[in-house]
Design a protein around this ligand. Structure first.
Ligand code: GAR
Length: 202
């Protein structure tokens, strides 16, 4: 899932294709038609599905459509790689422990919008990024991996965000790998085989 430029999406695709991450990116869903992520998908030969949130009657309706798209693609894991919409329990419940997000701060600091600006305003000397599982409270689920970067004198949003992004591209595939390993461990320990539930109707 991506809303903007799509550099994290592309990093995941490359990690899979190089063998660094044992998986395959089956499809991309974007909410902004023609966004950078959609253009990257075309270049990389990955199927892209556009679900414009402006055409959906509610957040829940968008999440129901997302869930249907992922069930159609038979994916095991869903990654919010720069998804700028708040997700609802509709999607979270459909992919329990299988919905991963990347956020440009060292959570639990600076949740929500403009995390990089929040870090600059707070005057912290260390910033960074977090890959975590998604739960109902925004930017609050179980942390899988983090990376820290220094805040340098004279940094602005753009320079700090660029330094953070280098680390995002490194840790997003690692975080997805950790989420997948947790699921394999659980299956090995005898948990019932998971399959996606039918999305709630309505
Ligand atoms: C990334 O920095 C990601 O952490 C952030 O959006 C950017 C997307 O970049 N996500 C959030 O702020 C979610 N709360 P990209 O489109 O180049 O991957």
């Amino acid at each position: 899932m991506a809303s903007g430029n799509g550099t994290n999406f592309e990093a995941l695709v490359h990690a899979c294709r190089s063998g660094a991450l044992n998986g395959r990116v089956e499809r991309l869903v974007v909410n902004n038609p023609g966004c950078g992520a959609a253009q990257r998908a075309e270049r990389l030969g990955i199927r892209c599905h556009t679900l414009d949130h402006r055409l959906q009657p509610s957040r829940e309706a968008l999440d129901r459509a997302l869930s249907e798209s992922f069930q159609d693609a038979q994916v095991d894991l869903v990654v919010m790689a720069g998804w700028m919409r708040i997700v609802t329990p509709v999607l979270i419940a459909a992919y329990p422990d299988r919905l991963v997000n990347i956020h440009p701060s060292l959570l639990p600091s600076f949740r929500g919008v403009d995390a990089v600006g929040q870090a600059l305003a707070a005057g912290v000397r260390l910033a960074g990024c977090t890959v975590h599982l998604v739960c109902e409270a925004v930017d609050s689920g179980r942390i899988l991996i983090q990376a820290a970067v220094p805040v340098l004198d004279g940094d602005d949003r753009a320079s700090l965000a660029a330094r953070i992004q280098v680390q995002e591209h490194r840790i997003l595939p690692l975080g997805v790998g950790i989420a997948a390993q947790r699921l394999r461990d659980r299956t090995a320990a005898g948990a019932a085989r998971w399959r996606p539930a039918d999305p709630p109707s309505g």
